[in-house]
Design a protein around this ligand. Structure first.
Ligand SMILES: C[S@@+](CC[C@H](N)C(=O)[O-])C[C@H]1O[C@@H](n2cnc3c(N)ncnc32)[C@H](O)[C@@H]1O
Length: 258
């Protein structure tokens, strides 16, 4: 899969994407990332890319002409499929596991990083870009959000993760948080690993994990308890635990040492 990124700061790529599993995918050629410097399409001798907003207000806005040039140039590369275009924006559609899954089916993505107060609206309108947000907060530019998107999409591609099961089981793959993990030692600073995880009884372990994930959702992400999450909450293990008979979250308090 190939990612083309249009940015005023191409030097920050691949940055953290060069580390870990995604770094390995880059080395192996499973993914390609090319950052394109928007400045090269800037206007005039000063390569201007921004201007003051119509209607007044603080800050500068990225002008449409350099971005139109850049997008036209970058999306048409002989031999490559025309990419789906995405504009990173704070007000865009939220990046979720579902959207990541959808994007991972594309052969190529074009990511446009805003800066300053944002991007002239005609850029997303003109190219029908999908606006994507990494959360309800504002960062200074689209580069870090683009990296998060690339990282999340790349780890869904076949061959990126050493153990493909890692992606099947992780948080949000079934619409819920993942269950808690423990490794050695069995007891650490007075906190014991739940007995069931050391029992070798795989059915009981699976049931404990399902319930622990539900407990996490109820405590940390009640908003997830709709749809599939709500159906799972209605399953017997969850109801037992609510009545206080579930051994599901035995062991240490899930919140940690108290
Ligand atoms: C300082 S922000 C502009 C914020 C804009 N004035 C607003 O209030 O929504 C500059 C750029 O950072 C990127 N950005 C900021 N927050 C983001 C978020 N939560 N998700 C995705 N991109 C974001 C966008 O590309 C945006 O154009």
């Amino acid at each position: 899969m190939r990612f083309d990124v249009i940015t005023l700061f191409p030097a920050v790529f691949p940055g953290p994407l060069a580390a870990g599993v995604v770094g390995r995918a880059l080395e192996q050629g499973l993914i390609e990332i090319e950052a394109h410097d928007l400045r090269q399409w800037g206007l005039g001798a000063h390569r201007q890319v921004d201007d003051i907003p119509y209607g007044g207000g603080p800050g500068m806005v990225l002008r449409p002409e350099p971005l139109f040039e850049a997008i036209r140039k970058v999306r048409e590369v002989a031999g490559l499929p025309r990419p789906r275009g995405i504009l990173l924006s704070a007000h865009g559609r939220r990046l979720t596991a579902e959207l990541v899954e959808e994007l991972a089916r594309e052969p190529r993505l074009l990511l446009v990083c805003g800066r300053y107060e944002g991007v002239d609206e005609r850029v997303s309108t003109g190219f029908q870009l999908d606006e994507v947000s990494v959360g309800d907060f504002v960062v200074s530019g689209g580069e870090l959000p683009a990296m998060m998107l690339i990282e999340a999409v790349a780890r869904r591609l076949p061959g990126t993760l050493g153990d493909p099961e890692s992606a099947v089981d992780e948080s949000f793959s079934a619409g819920l948080p993942e269950y808690p993990h423990y490794t050695r030692p069995a007891v650490f600073e007075g906190m014991a690993v739940p007995e069931v995880l050391r029992s070798g009884d795989h059915a009981k372990i699976a049931s404990w994990r399902a319930e622990a994930a539900m407990e996490r959702a109820r405590r940390l992400r009640p908003d997830l308890l709709t749809g599939a999450g709500r159906e799972r909450a209605a399953e017997p293990a969850a109801r037992d635990e609510e009545r206080g008979s579930g051994a599901a979250v035995a062991g240490v308090p899930l919140g940690g040492k108290q």
